[in-house]
Design a protein around this ligand. Structure first.
Ligand code: CA
Length: 385
């Protein structure tokens, strides 16, 4: 969810924060309050005039010293009744991770988007083979999820496959470190998303305070996404489901919890059973691309309007369903196009990328057609292994 978890293979243990002796909570609180009152407290005050040619150690810091950390702690205290000292104690143990910063920094040499390259990473033999295995092993659960939430089994599987290869790559970054790094040290020179990550950090601390999760232990992606389906902490809070009804939501170890949670997310975000996912499309001689592409991925045009604007749609499409023409850029080559409806748009709520949604839906189609070729799949009542 959000940035795809397994793009980055850097080790999670690297840390740019010196191994400072941890200040006491009382001292942190005093420092934080002083910062807030001064409202101009620098994170690292002694770096203004660095001494030359000396081996003097850099000033020590923890994230609890950051004025924004106190703001976050104060908000959690007001909204969630978590003591300020508790939040600051957790944040004092967060580490700056340079590779997390590098993961969100734009590449030095701009790269052209290329759908072919992206697709080859996700609609590929390993995810297809392991997806069919995952389907067999969890058939009863998947059928139940489809009945309960209205989301096709293969779409649920494809999301878990694209996100983590069915739980094989759930991320090696401590979520606390990843979210603190992006919340307090978001790299400059691009759109600042630090506020989003501080909100997720607050959600993560709240989540851990109210569940079995340990904020100092939980691991995830470089962006702080967690578990088989890579839920951001706020999504875990809002959309995760206790599928196996054991009283705990466990998106790491319970496939049933993970499957139900992904299905619930898609249902809540507007999945419409029985409507289009991806529709093949051809261009007529005269096609009004500027008009068709203007709404981007937002379903806007009825099939009849699309036809009038120069598209020839494949089947099946409901006549009253609004659709969007999606352009998939292929570097220097001519773009390829697909048409998606509400369900395509719903998958982009999981990760706001048309490449992502097309990959998920094409992997799902691949899984469904391969499974249909396997004999006896519709045989006895399944029992999950
Ligand atoms: Ca459970």
């Amino acid at each position: 969810m959000l940035p795809i978890s397994n793009c980055i293979s850097s080790a999670s243990t690297a840390s740019g924060t010196p191994n400072a002796p941890k200040p006491t909570t009382r001292r942190l609180l005093a420092l934080g309050l002083a910062c807030l009152m001064a409202s101009a407290c620098a994170v690292s005050t002694a770096q203004d005039t660095p001494p030359k040619n000396t081996q003097t150690a850099k000033p020590q810091k923890t994230y609890a010293d950051n004025p924004l950390a106190l703001e976050l702690a104060a908000k959690l205290a007001a909204d969630k009744k978590i003591p300020i000292e508790r939040t600051l104690d957790i944040l004092s143990q967060a580490q700056f991770i340079p590779s997390v910063v590098n993961a969100v920094r734009p590449p030095k040499t701009p790269t052209v988007k290329n759908w072919d390259v992206y697709r080859s990473r996700f609609v590929e033999p390993i995810r297809i083979r392991k997806g069919l295995k995952f389907w067999s092993e969890n058939e009863a659960t998947l059928q139940e999820a489809e009945r309960k939430f209205g989301v096709p089994q293969e779409v649920i599987i494809a999301i878990i496959g694209v996100e983590t290869i069915y739980g094989e790559h759930i991320g090696n970054y401590r979520v606390l470190d990843a979210l603190a790094t992006l919340g307090f040290d978001y790299p400059q020179g691009q759109r600042d998303r630090s506020e989003f990550f501080r909100a997720e950090l607050a959600a993560f601390i709240d989540l851990c305070e109210n569940t079995h999760l340990d904020a100092l232990v939980v691991k995830g992606s470089y962006a702080g996404a967690i578990g088989l389906g890579q839920f951001m902490p706020s999504s875990w809070q809002q959309f995760a489901v206790d599928g196996d009804e054991n009283g705990i939501v466990d998106l790491f170890n319970s496939r049933r919890d993970a499957i139900f949670s992904v299905a619930n997310f898609l249902k809540v975000h507007g999945w419409k059973p029985g409507t289009a996912t991806l529709v093949p499309v051809e261009f007529r001689e005269h096609v009004d691309l500027p008009t068709l592409l203007a709404p981007d991925i937002l379903p806007t045009f009825l099939p009849e309007t699309m036809s009038q604007l120069g598209l020839k749609l494949g089947k099946p499409v409901l006549t009253e369903e609004k659709l969007a023409l999606v352009e998939l850029v292929r570097g220097e080559k001519p773009s390829t196009y697909v048409v998606g409806g509400q369900n395509f748009y719903t998958v982009t709520r999981y990760n706001r990328s048309s490449f992502y949604a097309t990959s998920v839906l094409q992997l799902a189609e691949e899984l469904r057609s391969r499974r249909a070729q396997i004999p006896n799949q519709a045989g006895n009542t399944p029992v999950d292994k």
